[in-house]
Design a protein around this ligand. Structure first.
Ligand code: SF4
Ligand code: FES
Length: 646
């Protein structure tokens, strides 16, 4: 039997997959059925009635079940009044009328009804200009109202639901998109309707209010200006904003963002980021971003940013020209040659990281490392990392995901969401940690090991995966069975409770698991592989670009490995390292480096006057990711580009 269903919408015949909703079927031929409560990522609820259409179904003879036909040979149809296109699924022979008089009148009435409780404050509303209610009123509204304006509800327009989100009670049209998102998508049901009828209102019942890492997404999907973010509220009008594609400067999953920028007089005509929204990428973050990705961009516009090079003169850091600073740095690096060391952060672009290691190696040193490496195994990931073309959104029944030593909800909410969704689609989820995490609730197998037992537990798991364990009641045997029998296997690993060296061992053990041949090894196939829960957005890129004493870009081993970060810190203390270049990192602030030790020279390239920068001989102000273009590589090894915004 065909998986397609033949229907007709406003006279146009089309075939759509079984299970398609009428609103979605209409979109396929460019027919726009207006909606408010419907959202493609949420379950249908049919709350607002904006999508009412006439739906006719072929009539059948009650006795024989045969189709009935008109004299002209067309099927007889039965129309049963107006129905919500967002809840009705297509069926064979269905005829939809989207522009008949009853439909037009129904839409006029629904809009008139919604506006009877809605303020007419579009000229000052953040949503004005990109507001579905405004747009649909223009497209389908009657233009007049039978409303007695003295009966309009006067409600609180400035209700903080939490620190980040404000509610304008008058504007809410009670579509429940926000409530459903929090409940259905991110499992944080912290907002709800309260009261009934015209008194219905959104309330938060968590303490603190709106206690969720995802709260900002509700402002994106709210079809009116009822929910606004604290940092964009009354900040700009949508038509003044210029979109710029970017990436999260924090997210190891590589969350795709779009900046809304505007040139402002108060910054001398320079563009500023007015808000951050998700950029749709169904393979990475769909249409959601965490609040960290959305709100923690303000540092780029901080007044405390370093803007001029500084040189230490007579014990004090004073402003200098670029030429003077660069000459001094170049001279000192040349002078100290093999005694130069480089430490970098892992939020910089691939291009910067490549250039940095090249500089350090050019002056004769392989003493280069991440200043504060917390998770090892980048070289292992290069071998068995998740394969090109993979999409966590494809994982479901028959597949398996392993999460070891990581609390994904805390460390990378995007991955937590993607793993949770895969588990909800039927993927086996094995969680190994020394404590309970939020993912446990979705897991099919949970093992809590004792502190210090992580590697032993994973080793036991890998060994169990190599043999038949049918009938075993051991939870690790059962978990191993689920993993090894899966069609696709993705393994996340973190550093919770582990030393840096232990995370290296963990990565190698998991590589063994992925390489076990059960007919075919998982490693190397699409939708299989290892994902490190890196601490930052471009830790993967730092490994790939050769920020490592043992290998250069592309993991090409160097003849003689240089000093790693710990040895560099020791070398600074005992005088073996003479000149230190710190790029986008704060080892002093991170308590990795106590003082300059016996360094002759230290240059720091940074956004801010960090604790490390305060000790430097030269400070070079750096550009933030928002001011330049470049690429980051996510933990899924996706190289993604971002563009200058400000
Ligand atoms: S606040 Fe917005 S998303 Fe939530 S119910 Fe009201 S209109 Fe809908
Ligand atoms: S969009 Fe169909 S009822 Fe709201």
């Amino acid at each position: 039997m065909s998986d397609l269903v033949n229907i007709t919408i406003d006279g146009t015949e089309l075939s759509v997959p079984k299970g398609t909703l009428v609103v979605d079927a209409a979109k396929r031929i460019g027919v726009d059925i207006p909606v408010f409560c419907h959202h493609p990522k949420l379950e249908p609820v049919g709350m607002c009635r904006m999508c009412l259409v006439e739906i006719g179904l072929p009539m059948r003879d009650r006795a024989t079940g045969e189709l009935q036909f008109n004299e002209d040979g067309t099927p007889k149809l039965s129309f049963r009044g107006l129905q919500t296109g967002c809840t009705v699924v297509v069926s064979e022979g269905m005829v939809v009328r989207n522009s008949s008089q009853p439909v037009i009148e129904a839409r006029e009435s629904i809009l008139e009804f919604l506006l009877s409780s809605h303020p007419l404050d579009c000229p000052i509303c953040d949503k004005g200009g990109e507001c579905p209610l405004q747009n649909l009123t223009m497209a389908h509204g009657k233009g007049t109202s039978r409303m007695d304006f003295s009966l309009k509800m006067k409600l609180d327009k400035n209700v903080p639901l939490g620190d980040l989100i404000f509610l304008d009670r008058e504007r809410c049209i009670q579509c429940a998109r926000c409530i459903r998102f929090q409940d259905e998508v991110v499992d944080d049901p912290v907002i709800q309707f309260h009261e009934r009828g015209r008194h219905t209102e959104i309330v938060t019942y968590s303490d603190p209010g709106f206690d969720s890492y995802w709260s900002g997404n509700t402002t994106d999907i709210c079809p009116v200006g009822a929910l606004t973010t604290a940092d964009f509220r009354f900040g700009a009008r949508p038509w003044e904003l210029v979109p710029v594609a970017s990436l999260s400067p924090h997210s190891p999953a590589g969350a795709n963002l779009v900046f809304s920028t505007r040139r402002e007089a108060k910054t001398g005509g320079r563009s500023v980021i007015k808000r951050v929204m998700p950029r749709q990428n169904e393979q990475v973050n769909e249409i959601w971003i965490s609040d960290l990705d959305r709100f923690v961009h303000h540092f780029a516009d901080s007044e405390d940013r370093l803007t001029k090079p500084m040189i230490r003169k007579n014990g004090k850091l004073v402003e200098a020209s670029w030429n003077e600073a660069m000459d001094l740095v170049a001279g000192k690096l040349q002078q100290h040659g093999t005694a130069v060391a480089g430490l970098s952060g892992d939020r910089l672009s691939n291009e910067d990281l490549f250039a940095f290691q090249k500089l350090i190696r050019k002056v004769g040193s392989h003493d280069i490392d991440l200043a504060n490496g917390r998770l090892a195994g980048g070289d292992v990931v290069a071998q068995v990392g998740i394969s090109s073309g993979s999409n966590l959104g494809d994982l479901g029944a028959g597949d398996a995901i392993l999460v070891v030593a990581s609390d994904l909800h805390e460390e990378e909410p995007i991955w937590w969401l993607r793993v949770k969704q895969a588990a909800e689609r039927g993927a086996k989820l094995v969680v190994l940690n020394l404590r309970k995490t939020r993912l446990d609730a979705k897991a099919t197998h949970v093992v809590h090991y004792a502190p210090g037992e992580a590697l032993a537990t994973v080793r036991q798991l890998v060994n169990a995966a190599k043999v038949e364990t049918n009938g075993s009641s051991d939870p690790i045997d059962n978990a191993a069975e689920a993993l090894i029998q899966s069609n696709h296997l993705v393994a996340f690993y973190g550093a919770e409770g582990l030393t840096y060296q232990e995370t290296d061992g963990l990565a190698r053990l998991l590589a063994n698991l992925l390489l076990i041949k059960n007919e075919e090894a998982h490693a190397g196939r699409v939708n299989n592989g290892l994902i490190p829960v890196w601490p930052h957005n471009n830790t993967q890129g730092a490994w790939d670009m050769g920020i490592n004493p043992a290998f250069g870009p592309g993991y090409k081993a160097v003849k003689e490995a240089g000093k790693d970060a710990q040895a560099i810190y020791a070398g600074a203390a005992d005088g073996e390292v003479k000149a230190l270049y710190v790029l986008g990192a704060d080892p002093v602030g991170d308590s990795m480096l106590a003082d300059r030790g016996q360094l002759d020279f230290m240059v720091v390239q940074e956004l801010f006057l960090t604790e490390t920068a305060k000790m430097a001989d030269v400070i070079l102000p750096a550009q933030s990711w928002a001011e330049r273009d470049g690429t980051f590589t996510s933990g899924e090894r996706r190289v993604q580009r971002y563009y200058p915004a400000i």
